[in-house]
Design a protein around this ligand. Structure first.
Ligand code: SF4
Length: 341
């Protein structure tokens, strides 16, 4: 009999298995803690479970981990990019970043991406497949086991390869474990899911109890420019309406990400339109100067132009920040992941 991948099971499914095996409910919590807090690789290491249960679990389930294929560190040591290879040979990347003593893990949700945005290097390489929830969780576990002190609090951002909202089942299962006190125990403020904005999926997530912050990659103030940069993107009005519903349903703010590209979306008219689109709404604006790579079609604006773009936003938006991306020298910055050796 083929073994089932236990890290692809939801908390409810693990509880149901414990019950089916005649075990008390707290066994599910113990199993989760071994898997995600202690990073255990084998059921026989789970020493607070009865040996009969360990034997049954070992017969029915496997515990997966990731194979590291390559890694590279940025010149300033603040970012490290890791290339992982899955059991079927698919490659995907994750990044560990450090800023002001706080560590953030940037995870991939898909190997490659089918959406082909011209402002993103991942889109150049095409799409291989969705990542399973165990592959998402194992990226976090890899860093927790190898790079983070045992009790250190960290952040997780879904800003690596892929569009997370097109892999909703795996995303939701992974978020459940990331949130759980028996898993990684991270709340809304420590998790960000970044999406180009898929309104039905945003509305679906708004109605669930999963805890995370939402970031919408808007990147344009007219539908025409948005579609030129992100061919699969929906209309701006539709996207922002879904973001607003999410913010109201969750009583939170949504981050509007805007990659600033020289002579494409960084004009004073764009800044004024962005101010008008977001004024009076529970949106934070995060400006991201474009990160260039060899052969890319776009350029980063000058510092002066970035400052000028910010000016009309400051009086209307509740918060405006400029993201100083790290790791661009190793193509680990926003939009630069590719999944190649
Ligand atoms: S920006 Fe996001 S959705 Fe667009 S190609 Fe890159 S990974 Fe895919």
């Amino acid at each position: 009999m083929e073994k089932l991948n236990i890290k692809n099971l939801s908390i409810r499914e693990i509880s149901a298995i414990a019950e089916e095996l005649g075990e008390k409910r707290h066994r599910a919590a113990q199993i989760l803690k071994w898997l995600y807090q202690k990073g255990c690789d084998g059921f026989f290491e789970m020493t607070n479970l009865p040996s009969s249960l360990r034997l049954v679990l070992d017969g029915r389930f496997e515990i997966t981990s990731l194979r590291l294929a390559d890694s590279v560190r940025s010149h300033d040591d603040a970012s490290q990019k890791f290339l992982f290879e899955s059991d079927d040979g698919v490659l995907f990347e994750a990044v560990l970043m450090e800023a002001r003593g706080r560590r953030t893990i940037c995870v991939s949700s898909q190997a490659g991406c089918a959406l082909g945005c011209t402002l993103c290097r991942t889109g150049e390489g095409g799409f291989e497949r969705d990542l399973r929830s165990d592959e998402i969780l194992n990226q976090i576990l890899f860093f927790k086991k190898n790079y983070l002190p045992p009790r250190e609090r960290f952040n997780v951002v879904f800003m690596g390869m892929g569009e997370p909202l097109l892999n909703l089942d795996s995303l939701a299962k992974a978020l459940e474990i990331i949130n759980s006190n028996d898993g990684f125990a991270l709340g809304e403020k420590r998790i960000t899911v970044s999406t180009i904005g898929i309104p039905p999926a945003i509305r679906e997530l708004a109605s669930r109890t999963l805890k995370f912050s939402l970031a919408i990659s808007l990147n344009a103030t007219t539908d025409e420019t948005r579609r030129r940069l992100m061919p699969a993107a929906r209309d701006i009005d539709d996207t922002l309406a879904a973001a607003l519903e999410f913010a109201r349903a969750r009583r939170t703010r949504v981050t509007i990400e805007y990659v600033l590209i020289a002579d494409v979306n960084d004009s004073p008219e764009d800044a004024r339109r962005l101010a008008a689109l977001t004024a009076g709404k529970p949106f934070k604006i995060n400006l991201i100067p474009f990160n260039e790579w060899d052969g890319c079609p776009h350029r980063r604006p000058s510092e002066e132009r970035i400052e000028r773009f910010m000016a009309p936003l400051l009086p209307t938006a509740p918060a405006v920040t400029v993201r100083r991306s790290q790791g661009s020298d190793i193509c680990a910055a926003c939009g630069q992941l590719r999944g190649r050796r």
